[in-house]
Design a protein around this ligand. Structure first.
Ligand code: MN
Length: 243
């Protein structure tokens, strides 16, 4: 199985979660919320063959951590993946919108000048704005919209632009989320847990909970589980060729 967006470093006991991922042979993209978390988070997974660490600066932290852009720039040569990055247009984040756009644009600029990266992007209440920024930086890499929740029009624009999508437990358990998933091309999807920030029946999600994503895809695609697993793994291999 694959969990393409998980905050391993923010579990109470990351070592235990990592050990469980290893035992179950699950591939994980371990995202970070600040450049200062990069070193320790990559170290956590340094002996894990199936875990990769992404360098991030979360939009919700854009104001308090804008000074870490310098560190982001220093670290980007080491990082094949970027995230969590993006924009958040919700009311509580709108008052530092200018810092958010400054941070996101700078990261896209750095990614472009480094040859492009696979990027896992937050776009809550800001899908159009994220797409506008991506359009300005066409060489920034492969954009993954994680937990997409925009309009149908924004979804089609993202698909036309070439975006990929990572989908998790909250999306597969809501009607709107399932409608979105049914419209995404089957060859642009990977599962995610977004743990530990999401929950299933009031229990914090674990990377292994991506199983529920596979199960719901069998319903949405009307295909047996082995076909779904094959598709997802084929997508993953295709993506890795672009790193
Ligand atoms: Mn996240």
């Amino acid at each position: 199985m694959i969990d393409f967006h998980c905050h391993l470093d923010l579990y109470q006991n990351p070592e235990k979660v990592i050990k469980e991922c290893e035992d179950q042979r699950i591939y994980v993209l371990s995202v970070t919320n600040t450049p200062s978390a990069w070193k320790h988070t990559s170290f956590l997974a340094s002996n894990s063959k199936r875990i990769r660490t992404a360098l991030g600066l979360h939009p919700q932290l854009a104001k308090e951590r804008i000074h870490e852009l310098q560190l982001f720039e220093e670290l980007i040569p080491e990082a094949k993946y970027l995230g969590e990055i993006g924009l958040d247009g919700s009311p509580e984040c709108k008052n530092f919108w200018s810092e958010q756009t400054k941070v996101f644009e700078k990261i896209l600029e750095l990614s472009s000048s480094s040859g492009g990266r696979i990027m896992t992007i937050h776009s809550r209440n800001a899908a159009s704005e994220v797409l506008n920024c991506l359009s300005k930086h066409p060489n920034s890499g492969v954009p993954f919209l994680h937990w997409f929740s925009g309009s149908q029009q924004e979804l089609y624009r993202a698909i036309d632009f070439g975006c990929w999508f990572s989908i998790g437990p909250p999306m597969v358990s809501s009607i709107k989320g399932r409608q979105i998933i049914s419209k995404i091309p089957k060859d642009r999807i990977l599962p995610e847990s977004d743990g530990p920030f999401t929950s299933i029946k009031n229990k914090q999600t674990h990377p292994l909970d991506v199983l529920v994503v596979y199960q719901v895809l069998t319903e949405i695609w009307n295909e047996p589980i082995d076909i779904v697993e094959n598709r997802i793994f084929t997508n993953f291999k295709k993506l890795l060729l672009q790193v």
